[in-house]
Design a protein around this ligand. Structure first.
Ligand SMILES: CC(C)(COP(=O)(O)OP(=O)(O)OC[C@H]1O[C@@H](n2cnc3c(N)ncnc32)[C@H](O)[C@@H]1OP(=O)(O)O)[C@@H](O)C(=O)NCCC(=O)NCCS
Length: 172
């Protein structure tokens, strides 16, 4: 980390507006069409596993984690991950991912999954989920469905349609 005077902290409701602005800036209106967005529409994220980077009293980067289910499997969906343009390439994104993964592992989460660029996430421990094992609610490149297994065997339990965890019992 080369950037100074930043603070990493757990997200609180006071950060909501700035996080929304950062995500709008990073992903634009196209974010509403993404498969991950569709899942996140199904229920709340978990603020205990979601983190921000603060500088001079403002949020400059954010990562959120949302509980999901796929068949008998449960996991956290990592994202959105976004860093304000002025602060990119200084290690903040990777540090936020590591923080979220550590918190998930500590909380007993079996798997953290995401939809994202493998070259960025593979060095952080993410691997491709086997083709055809899970289905996203919107068309998704299977090479971008990545997961870190915190508990051995937890990825194999994920099967079929991925939903917000709170929707799983409704659909079962
Ligand atoms: C992607 C993003 C979160 C990275 O955050 P960051 O703090 O700038 O990244 P870090 O400093 O942790 O890592 C920088 C390294 O990752 C690389 N990198 C950044 N985005 C990448 C991508 N999409 N694919 C592969 N490598 C990427 C950079 O080239 C850099 O490489 P280097 O260390 O060899 O120079 C940030 O650029 C961003 O907010 N982008 C817009 C939103 C987005 O695409 N989010 C990710 C959704 S999958």
């Amino acid at each position: 980390m080369s950037i100074s005077d930043v603070t990493f902290m757990q997200e609180t409701p006071a950060h909501d507006a700035e996080i929304e602005a950062i995500n709008a800036e990073a992903f634009g209106p196209g974010r509403f069409a993404r498969a991950a967005y569709k899942i996140r529409e199904g229920g709340p994220h978990d603020p205990a596993l979601s983190f921000v980077v603060m500088k001079d009293g403002h949020v400059i980067a954010s990562v959120r984690m949302t509980p999901i289910a796929a068949g008998p499997g449960h996991a956290m969906l990592l994202g959105p991950l976004a860093v304000r343009p002025d602060y990119k390439n200084q290690g903040l994104g990777k540090a936020l991912v590591k923080m979220a993964l550590e918190a998930a592992q500590k909380a007993g989460v079996g798997v953290t999954m995401l939809v994202g660029d493998a070259p960025y996430y593979q060095p952080l421990g993410f691997q491709r989920i086997p083709y055809g094992q899970i289905v996203m609610p919107r068309p998704t490149d299977p090479n971008r469905m990545l997961a870190v297994e915190h508990v051995p065997g937890a990825v194999a339990l994920m099967k079929g349609m991925v939903t917000h965890a709170s929707r799983a019992s409704v659909l079962a």
